[in-house]
Design a binder for this molecule. Structure first.
Ligand code: ZN
Length: 66
């Protein structure tokens, strides 16, 4: 079972606040990484996040072009 979580992040490129939808498996524990294109400037944001007990506790946004 998975749940969709909406995160509000600051785009690495244009510094606008954007919403991204993360699909997190309920049993998932640990860190994962996904690329999200900003819906304002279209640049790829690399999102690193850590999940503990079904909650996202740590989000880091960096350059997805690297
Ligand atoms: Zn942007």
């Amino acid at each position: 079972m998975s749940a969709e979580t909406t995160l509000n992040i600051t785009c690495h490129f244009c510094f606008n606040q954007i919403d991204v939808d993360l699909e997190i498996d309920q049993s998932f524990e640990g860190s994962d990484m996904e690329i999200y294109d900003c819906n304002i400037c279209c640049n790829p944001n690399k999102l690193k996040y850590t999940v503990t007990h079904g909650s996202i506790i740590n989000v880091h946004v960096s350059d997805g072009n690297e």
